[in-house]
Design a protein around this ligand. Sequence first.
Ligand code: ATP
Ligand code: MG
Length: 374
Amino acid sequence: MTSRRLFDKIQGITISHVTKTYGSIYAVRDVSLDVIGGELLVLIGPSGSGKTTTLRMVNRLIEPDEGSISIDGQDIRGHDPVTLRRNMGYVIQQIGLFPHMSVRENIGLIPRLEGWTRDDINARVDELLSLVALPPEVFSGRYPQELSGGQQQRVGLARALAMDPPILLMDEPFGALDPILRMQLQDEFAKIKEELGKTILFVTHDIEESFKLGDRIAIMRDASLDQVGTAYELIFHPESAFVADIVDANKKYKHVDTMCVGDVAYALDDDHLLDGRMDSKDALSSMHEHDIEVALAVEGGEIIGLVNALSLYRDAQGRLRDHAFEPLIFDANDSLPAALSEMKAHGIPMAVVTSRDGQPTGIISMNETLLRLV
Ligand SMILES: Nc1ncnc2c1ncn2[C@@H]1O[C@H](COP(=O)(O)OP(=O)(O)OP(=O)(O)O)[C@@H](O)[C@H]1O
Ligand SMILES: [Mg+2]
C-alpha cells in the first residue's frame, strides 16, 4: 500500500501557542511561528532552548501539551504520523544511515516501501546523488562505513529528499562536520535550496550558517521565541541585548559605517535585464539558470521595476511586469548604512544602483550585502 501525498505544493507551517513540558521543565513555552511556504527559516539559540523539540513537534515525533500546528491550514493531528513523516524530509546531525545497506539502498528505501519500480528507484537515486555532488557511479554501491562524515551527511540529505517532500526539517545537519567541510556543504546547500523549492525549518547553533542559508531567522531562548526576522533586522534592529549578542552586531558590523553602496552592489549585466512582457515562469527559470536573486524588468529600454526570484517563485502567474515593483534608487557613492536604513523603512530589501549620470549599473540586496560583510 502506498501512502498518500498529503501536500501537493509548497506549504507554509503555522505553529500556534505550542507548549511542551517534561515534568516541571518547559522544553517549549507558548511558541507561535509562521514559516512561509518556500522559505528557509532558521531556529537558532543556546543549547537546551527548545529548538529540537519545536522541530520534532512538526513531524509529530513529539506531541505538544498545548497549542496546535497546521500545514496548509490543516491541523497535523488530522494526519497519520507515519504518512505525515513521509511527506516531510528529516535530516539530523548523526544521520543514521543503515550500515548494512548500500548508499543506493539507503536512499531508495522509502521509494521501495512505497512500491516504486526498480528502474524508477535507480533513476531517482542517481539524480539525488548527483544533486548532492556524489557521482553515482562512484558512490551508489558503497556502504556507510566506506564514506567520510561529510559524504554520509550528503547521503542523509539525499535520502530525506527521496520522496520529494514539500517540507524539509533539518536539525544541525552540518553540526558534526569540521569547519572547512561544513562551509563547503553550506555553500552547496545554499546553491540547491532555491531549486529544491521546499519549505525548510533548519536548526543550527552557528549564526554565520544562519546568515548564509536563512531567509529569516528565529531566535530561541529559554523555551521561548525571542525575535524573528531577516539577518538585516536582527543585526541592525535587535530587540534585546541577547539578540545583539547572538548576532554579534557591534563587533562585526562596525566597518559598515564607512562603506558606500557601490562597495557591495552587484554589477548589472544582460542576465539581469528581463523583458517585462515575458511569462513569469520563463523569467523565473532564467533567473534560476543564471543564479540571480533580483532582476530588472524592462520594456522598450525603460526600467519598469525590480523583480525578486523568491516572490516569483511563490506565485509565478501572468507576465513578469505584473510582479515588478518600483525600485529604490541609490547613487553608487551614497552611504551604505543610510541606504540600508531606507530600504528597511520602505520594506523593500533591494534597490537599483546608478552611476553619476543616472545610468543603472548595479543592484543591491540587503541580505546579500550582509552575507558579503560577515
Ligand atoms: N525527553 C525529555 N525528557 C526531559 N527533558 C527533555 C526531554 N527532551 C528535551 N528535554 C529538555 O527540554 C529542553 C529543550 O530541549 P531541546 O532538545 O529542544 O533543546 P535544543 O535547543 O535542541 O538544544 P541543543 O542545542 O543542545 O540541541 C532542554 O532543557 C532539555 O533538557
Ligand atoms: Mg537540539
